[in-house]
Ligand binder design. Structure first.
Ligand SMILES: *Cc1c(COP(=O)(O)O)cnc(C)c1O
Length: 368
């Protein structure tokens, strides 16, 4: 592993936005549309990561023959930095994203990026962009790392040159009008991931392949698609790009059920964090398979009281209605559930530094 203090050369942008222009942009935040002044780039060639740069955000120059554009040797991550009550900035579980990035890289025959280099690039970029970290609850600076193959070669084989890119986007509350349950469509025509495929990897092609199913869900009047397992087409896997949780209540006892990580699900860091927070709040939890017919039966019997989806971008999204060919059911009267919102508040509290970080999840960005 390389490690030298000058692995990243910082060249400040000559066209940094003025305070007033930045304030204007930050006053109407949505998700994924505004980008900060700088980005980090680290090239890989000759079998090693080379010296990287942090420089002005802008377009990349790529050879049209570069294999990421043709064959999709391309992976990404997503995590967030939050303003803290002491005036500092901290990221949420970035080492978990660095580790998952390398698992995705391995699946796509791409090189490992040393996790300390991933963290160093993130910390240096965020430190430079402190003014871009929004301060309100539900807001954050979203970090987007990616790795693309850059070889100009048309043969299908693992590339020998890559580029690691990291940039940041100030993100407003994902739901500007507040959290509101979504309606989901269970896809019977399309699958997201098959055993032995790339479902566990955050690779670009998975998302291109999901768009037509999402479009079909919208045609059916739904907000999001729910994926079933590819083999039996019975077991619930995920919702769009988020993991799912099912809340069961028996008197005072609350049990969370989330689909087991069978190899075809993306192992969400939010999912993992909520399983821990559930234990902290005294809820029982189970990771197992859940069929659509069981889902329907459990809504009908009243045992299943809430359903929600979770992921970094939207945190927690309640599911109010579930539809498929031949059925249409309502969950919790189509309203936000109490357990769902308690979990959401607990997670946001840790992220915004208003609740104790008992699991050491927050990573403070030290000023240079
Ligand atoms: C990124 C992603 C998730 C959520 O992962 P987090 O680490 O919680 O953001 C879930 N499913 C899919 C398909 C994803 O791409």
């Amino acid at each position: 592993m390389q490690s030298s203090p000058s692995r990243l050369v910082i060249t400040p942008s000559a066209t940094i936005l003025s305070d007033s222009a930045r304030a204007e942009r930050m006053s109407k935040l949505s998700f994924g549309r505004a980008f900060t002044d700088h980005m980090a780039l680290i090239p890989y060639r000759d079998g090693a990561w080379q010296q990287g740069d942090i420089k002005a955000y802008g377009p990349l120059m790529l050879d049209p023959a570069c294999s990421s554009l043709h064959y999709g040797q391309s992976i990404f991550e997503g995590f967030k930095a939050f303003a803290q009550p002491d005036g500092g900035v901290a990221t949420f579980r970035p080492e978990a994203n660095a580790a998952r990035f390398n698992r995705s890289a391995a699946r796509l025959a791409m090189p490992d990026l040393p996790p300390d280099l991933f963290l160093e690039a993130a910390d240096a970029l965020i430190d430079l962009e402190r003014n871009w970290v929004p301060k309100n609850v539900g807001e954050s600076l979203y970090l987007r790392p990616l790795m693309i193959a850059t070889d100009p070669f048309l043969g299908v084989r693992p590339a020998s040159e890559y580029l690691f890119v990291l940039f940041a986007s100030p993100a407003g509350a994902y739901f500007p009008k507040g959290v509101k349950p979504v309606t989901v469509w269970i896809s019977e025509d399309y699958v997201r991931a098959a055993p032995g495929g790339t479902g566990e990897a955050k690779c670009a092609g998975n998302y291109a392949a999901s768009l037509v199913a999402q479009a079909q869900a919208e045609q059916k009047g739904c907000d999001q698609v729910v994926w079933l397992d590819a083999v039996e087409r019975q077991f619930v896997e995920e919702m769009g790009g988020m993991n799912l949780f099912f809340v069961y209540r028996d008197g005072e006892k609350v049990t969370l059920v989330t689909p087991a990580l069978t190899g075809t699900l993306l192992p969400g860091i939010t999912r993992d964090s909520l399983l821990q927070i559930a234990r902290d709040l005294g809820y029982a939890s189970e990771e197992r398979r859940l069929s659509v017919s069981q889902w329907r039966a459990d809504i009908a019997s009243g045992a299943l009281t809430e359903v929600f989806a979770c992921g970094t971008a939207a945190v927690i999204t309640p599911v109010g209605h579930v539809k498929a060919n031949g059925f249409d059911m309502t969950i919790n009267n189509g309203e936000n559930g109490a357990v769902t919102m308690a979990l959401r508040d607990a997670l946001l509290g840790i992220q915004h530094g208003t609740a104790a970080d008992t699991h050491g999840w927050m990573h403070a960005i030290k000023p240079r």
